[in-house]
Design a protein around this ligand. Structure first.
Ligand SMILES: [Zn+2]
Length: 85
């Protein structure tokens, strides 16, 4: 569980040996070096690509790092952006 927003999270051990908090549900993604999304694959690799909502023509599936979707992190980021102005 995320200590900040209280959502359920899944820990995935990355190839670098770190535990990465990810969203519970998996997503399909298409690998693309210019993509804006980071996806952690079940075997711990971090892929760059685009999350797609159909399982056709995808590279595979994986999990979104939780810090990309955490409501608390979003709030925190907004506040910081405001403070800079
Ligand atoms: Zn969270």
């Amino acid at each position: 569980m995320c200590g900040k927003c209280k959502k359920r999270i899944r820990w995935i051990k990355t190839a670098a040996g770190k535990n990465m908090p990810c969203d519970e549900d998996f997503v399909y993604y298409k690998e693309d070096a210019a993509g804006k999304d980071k996806i952690v694959t079940p075997d711990g690799k971090v892929a760059t690509g685009t999350i797609v909502h159909s399982p056709e023509f995808v590279t595979g599936f994986g999990y979104i790092p939780h810090f990309a979707t955490c409501e608390y992190e979003k709030m925190f980021r907004k506040k910081r952006r405001k403070a800079k102005k």
